[in-house]
Each structure stands twice: as C-alpha cells, then as structure tokens.
Design a protein around this ligand. Structure first.
Ligand code: GLY
Ligand code: MN
Ligand code: MN
Length: 444
C-alpha cells in the first residue's frame, strides 16, 4: 500500500515548530468517535490536522508540541493498552507504541491529561490550537487554563495569548510534498478505475445505486477504506442537483448519468466527475452541452501554472461556457455583457474548483491580502466546470431541459503547468461511447 512515510510526519512537526513563536505550545485533539445510532459508530476517520502531524490513527488522543522542551518536544496522550477492550475493539498502540511506532518523544495515558497538561501549558506565553472547530475540546482547554489561573497565587503563570493554529498548519497543508502527490496519484488511479467500471456496468433498468456499488467495489478492492465524500450518482434530471445523494432512481435510456465520486487513500482525497449516457450514446443536445463543458475544462487547464492566479482557470471556464451557450441559443446577447451580468449563473452556478488534499474541499486561503492567490508548485486542486439546465427552465427549448453535465479532474501544479492526476478515465464523447460499446459487446 502506498502511504505517507513516518519520516514525513516528523518533518511536518519540525516545520510547524520552526514557525511557532518562542515559548509556545500547540495542542490538537484527535477526531471524536461519532455515534451512528445506539451501539453503532460511524466509520472512524481521523481529524485531518491531527493526522497530518501524527499519522496516529486512534481516537481519544491529544497531540502536544512544545518547541525546545528539553524532555521532548512531541508528546502524545493516548489510550492505554487494555486486553479486554482490545479483544472487543481491536489493538491499541498504547504509550509504548506511540513512542516506538509514531515518533512521540513522550506519551501518557489520555486519562491522565487533566493532571499533566496544565503543567505543560504553565509558563508558556502562547497556546496554538484549532479554536472553534471542536467546542468540547475548547472547553477542556479553558478548564486546563483555569487550573493554572487558580494557582496564580502560588506563582503559576497562565499563557496570555491564544492563537489559531490554522494559519500556519493550513498553509503547510496547501503545498503537497512528493510523498503526498504519490498518495494522491494512487487515490486518483483507483477512483479512475471505479468510474470506468461504472461506465462499463451501466444499463437501462439498473438503479443509480447499482453504479454506486460498482464504485464501492473498486474503492475497497484498491485498498481505500471509504469514499472521500458521499458518492453522487445522478441520472436524468437528478444530474441538475449539484450535491444529489439519494442515488435510488432507475436508469433510463435517453438519460445522462452524472457520477461525482472519489476514494480516499491514507486520508488523501480524489474527486472525479464524469457524465455519460445510460444508452451508451449521447443525444445531439447532450453531446453539444458535454463538448462545451469539456472545452471549458481544457481552457481551464491552460490557465493552471505557477504565477497564474487562482481565479484565472475559473474565468476561462466562464468565458468558454458563456460563449458556447450563446452559440447554442441558450443565452442571448453580447458575451462580455452576459459575463458581467453573470447571466451564465442560471446554468453554471458553482466555481471551477477547490483545493484538494486530506479534505476534499481542502484547507488553504484562496485570497491573500484581498488578491486571488498565485498558484505555486505542489498546490493541488480540482477543475470541474458544469452546465445544468433546470428541468423547469421555461426560457429554453424543451429539448434542452433536464440536461446536467459536470466534468471534474484533479491536478497538481508543476513547474511548467499542471499534472492531471485523474487522466485514467476516458473523457471525450468518442472515448466514452467506445468504452461503453465494447463493454456491451463483451457482455452480449
Ligand atoms: N464532490 C464535491 C465536489 O466536487 O466539490
Ligand atoms: Mn466532485
Ligand atoms: Mn470537487
């Protein structure tokens, strides 16, 4: 299995500590276990920030970084080994494992945190934490601070600055290392196979969930624990619902099916959308809209390179789509004016992409000092233009209504432009029709 090497977690912790102010401490909790219903838990997914710095996969853990601390800079609070619990729920690293396998300098039982952590915070000027994202943990943190305050008459010094860790950490996460790109390539490769499998399996009479099952099969077979987000399998008019999740309608000849799905490998997401005809052949109107979206995506790729700004790719998609909609008679007027008045938003109401990484909508600022961010090597993003013609749009001829097309790929900025990670799924009309025809011939 391709994964982030242990040495990289150590490198990240050092890089973060190098940016922290002198005499400070960073404190970060693991994700909580979420109850699904009664005794059933949701599949556990580690918090992305915690994972980024530790690679530690367990819940009930707290990571502490104290740059310059003589007795160890990296402290992990985690669950103790427990034969009874491990028999029921699985192995735990314990404190020994935290040190031996996860690089902690020091490790303590999580049950001792109230006794130990105030002592580690005391005397530090600044506390870095993910303020606001975990209210329960924020409350705990204040309790630990209050323990220190209550001993002020004994000379205890509570910190006087609380700093959001996000600024430092999320900027680090925006730049993907070679190891991260390798993992993202693998997630993309598995997801590409899943999309191909869904295209091959597609037949009228099946359901949206039948194709979701094909996706899940490839994800799991490839070693992914779970999709990076709820898979969207949207046939017919459902393709016009941007984040459709129901996935239970019947597939009908004559309809398109839009699949937006990607798996997660070692907590790194992929995010792919393809839109193809249930019958295996696009109608004239479907093809016209599809090829317009594809042309806009091609125009966007050309705007992704170092020194181009974040918005240029989006602007390129808006221009191509608006001009194309005018040509098809779906919009009327001057292209520049239609762009200025945002008339295209009746058909293309989202942006061309987002940062991609450990979170599918990844962290990182899109603007710096009020200006669109300039792209740099290692930034990963999606390119996902779309056109959605509402089923009840009375301003267009009936033949267009209910067509929804999105095409989405994942890219990483390189020195000369960008690398497309998700090129393993066919994309042109001819390629998709050929793939689907071959699958049908084989099955017959
Ligand atoms: N899968 C959600 C998105 O494309 O942003
Ligand atoms: Mn998507
Ligand atoms: Mn996306």
């Amino acid at each position: 299995m391709i994964h982030i090497p242990k040495s990289e977690y150590s490198r990240r912790r050092k890089a973060l500590m190098a940016q922290m102010e002198p005499n400070s401490i960073a404190i970060l909790p693991a994700a909580a276990v979420a109850i699904r219903n009664r005794d059933v838990e949701h599949v556990y997914r580690q918090d992305s920030d915690f994972q980024y710095l530790s690679g530690f996969p367990e819940p009930q853990a707290v990571l502490v970084l104290i740059p310059g601390r003589v007795h160890g800079e990296y402290i992990l609070f985690c669950r103790e080994r427990n034969a009874e619990r491990e028999l029921w729920d699985g192995l735990r690293a314990g404190q020994e494992g935290a040190i031996r396998d996860f690089g902690a300098d020091d490790a303590f039982p999580i049950t001792d945190i109230d006794d130990i952590l105030p002592g580690l915070i005391e005397g530090r000027d600044r506390v870095y934490s993910a303020m606001g994202s975990n209210p329960e943990f924020d409350r705990h943190l204040m309790e630990w601070i209050n323990v220190i305050r209550s001993k002020a008459n004994l000379g205890a010094q509570p910190p006087n600055e609380f700093v959001a860790l996000d600024h430092l950490l999320h900027d680090m996460r925006l730049y993907k290392s070679a190891a991260e790109v390798k993992v993202m390539r693998e997630a993309a490769r598995i997801s590409a196979r899943a999309h191909v499998r869904a295209m091959q399996a597609c037949r009228a009479g099946l359901h949206e969930f039948s194709l979701e099952a094909e996706l899940d099969y490839e994800f799991r077979k490839g070693g992914a624990k779970m999709p990076a987000y709820g898979s969207i399998v949207a046939a017919g008019r459902n393709s016009c619902i941007l984040h459709y999740q129901q996935n239970d309608a019947t597939l009908k000849d004559g309809d398109l099916v839009l699949i937006d799905a990607g798996c997660e490998i070692d907590c790194y997401a992929s995010d792919i959308t393809r839109t193809f005809p249930v019958s295996g052949k696009y109608s004239a109107e479907q093809k016209a809209i599809y090829e317009l979206v594809l042309a806009s995506q091609e125009a966007a790729f050309a705007e992704i390179a170092p020194n181009k700004n974040w918005n240029q790719a989006h602007e390129a998609t808006v221009r191509v789509i608006t001009a194309g909609l005018v040509k098809l008679g779906l919009l009327q007027g001057d292209v520049d004016e239609l762009i200025a008045s945002e008339a295209y938003k009746a058909f293309y109401m989202h942006r061309a992409g987002h940062w991609l990484g450990m979170d599918v909508h990844d962290v990182g600022e899109y603007k710096v000092g009020g200006e669109w961010r300039v792209l740099e090597v290692g930034m990963a993003l999606t390119v996902e233009p779309g056109i959605y013609i509402a089923p009840d749009n009375q301003n267009v001829a009936k033949k267009w209504r209910g067509i929804g097309v999105r095409i989405e790929d994942d890219v990483v900025v390189t020195k000369t432009g960008c690398e497309i990670l998700t090129g393993g799924v066919p994309k042109t009309v001819a390629e998709i029709e050929a793939l689907m025809a071959a699958a049908r011939t084989q099955a017959a």
